[in-house]
Design a protein around this ligand. Structure first.
Ligand code: SAH
Length: 374
């Protein structure tokens, strides 16, 4: 559990909604307050969802003032909502420092997809921009700006619930950013999301996706939180993965798989390998055989994702029949492999389509693209 010392900077105040129960307990104790106040305050923040400390009407004026002197409630501000034809919603958030991040709400829609589930998934961002520069993904095009704080991560869920009137019961960390490069804030956010005093979403309904930061995967396993882990593999050997994911030069496929074995051993959780199919780049049927062998060796399942187009990039998805042929080979190895249905493509809310925004006099535009080399 993470509950480091709370530091107060003079310019930016600490978000009250970034504190865990232990953090708040420690603060109240330090100020001679009863620990009973902790649950009252958490209740106001996470259950009643007030937007100001003044609304916490069962606290004394003195205590409210103490809180206001030290913290601020910082709900996320939605700056734009886009609805997709397929019922996906994309929320654009303007952060305190004027940066932007996006989240995507994917409600289950039996009428459209035949899914018999009540899953309401939010795809959340973990950083502003991304430093990992996967060549096929929009999020890394303009580089890395900063980590999101725990309140900014959790705030995406609270704001999406407020805007949509839906209760989110599934969260995927597959928006902008590399969650494992922001491990401290990610774990604090996960604590708030899963806590009975917080959002009460079961850890089994959270999926953290990573481009393959091997040491952080091992570290994550040590937390023993039963989240799901998804690995953005996208190449079954170094030759292919090196081409499209610079992170592979740091931690190659073998090193990555060592960390995955460590994850499975220590967390006792299975994992999913994500594999985007990009025409002519990683969709050779040889890769299907290699991928299946790799997956079988760690009993992972595979999610095949036909590539989503990104403005400014020339990559394309293979034909549907080729995707199916790729899937059929993997399945021959007795490995579960799904071909993912596409959602939100028309509003650029599909995987890999979230990118940095910036404001201009004309409004919000997407960040300029860096020159890209294959
Ligand atoms: N950095 C993390 C989380 C963000 S990406 C990671 O890499 O896993 C979430 C998923 O979207 C990953 O599987 C990623 O590889 C995939 N993705 C990125 N660009 C895509 C695109 N253009 N089409 C389809 N999926 C894409």
């Amino acid at each position: 559990m993470l509950h480091g010392k709370i530091t107060h900077s003079s310019s930016v105040s600490t978000a009250l909604n970034s504190l865990s129960k232990e953090d708040l307990d420690a603060f109240l104790k330090e100020h001679g307050q009863s620990s009973y106040r902790t649950s009252q305050i958490l209740d106001w923040i996470w259950k009643k969802r007030v937007s100001s400390i003044d609304e916490m009407s069962n606290l004394s004026v003195e205590l409210r003032n103490l809180l206001k002197e030290n913290f601020e409630l910082k709900p996320l501000v939605v700056s734009k909502t886009s609805g997709s034809k397929d019922t996906t919603f994309k929320y654009l958030f303007r952060l305190e420092d004027g940066r932007y991040v996006e989240s995507v709400l994917i409600p289950a829609n039996p009428a459209l997809y035949g899914e018999k589930s009540d899953r309401r998934t939010l795809c959340v961002s973990s950083q502003v921009g991304c430093a990992y520069a996967c060549k096929f993904c929009a999020s890394g095009l303009a580089g890395f700006t900063r980590n999101l704080t725990a309140d900014e991560i959790v705030g995406q869920i609270v704001a999406a619930e407020r805007e949509s009137g839906e209760t989110i019961n599934n969260v995927v960390f597959m928006g902008m950013g590399e969650p494992l490069a922001n491990l401290k804030n990610l774990m604090k956010a996960i604590e708030i999301i899963t806590a009975h005093w917080g959002l009460e979403i079961g850890a089994r309904r959270l999926t953290v996706s990573t481009s393959g930061l091997a040491p952080s995967i091992k570290q994550l396993a040590e937390f023993h939180v039963p989240i799901r882990l998804a690995i953005s593999l996208h190449g079954a050997c170094d030759e292919v993965r090196d081409l499209i994911m610079p992170v592979n030069k740091k931690w190659n496929v073998d090193t990555l798989f060592d960390s995955l074995r460590h994850w499975i051993k220590h967390s006792k959780r299975k994992l999913t390998l994500e594999y985007i199919l990009i025409k002519g780049i990683n969709d050779d049927l040889d890769q299907a055989h290699l991928l299946a062998k790799r997956a079988r060796s760690i009993k992972a399942k595979i999610n095949l994702i036909p590539y989503n187009t990104v403005e400014g990039l020339e990559w394309e998805r293979p034909s549907e029949s080729h995707c199916r042929a790729f899937q059929a080979i993997v399945k021959k190895y007795d490995v579960t492999a799904t071909l993912r249905l596409e959602k939100g493509h028309d509003i650029n809310a599909a995987c890999g389509q979230l990118r940095l925004k910036q404001e201009t006099e004309e409004g919000i535009i997407t960040a300029p693209l860096k020159e890209l080399k294959r």
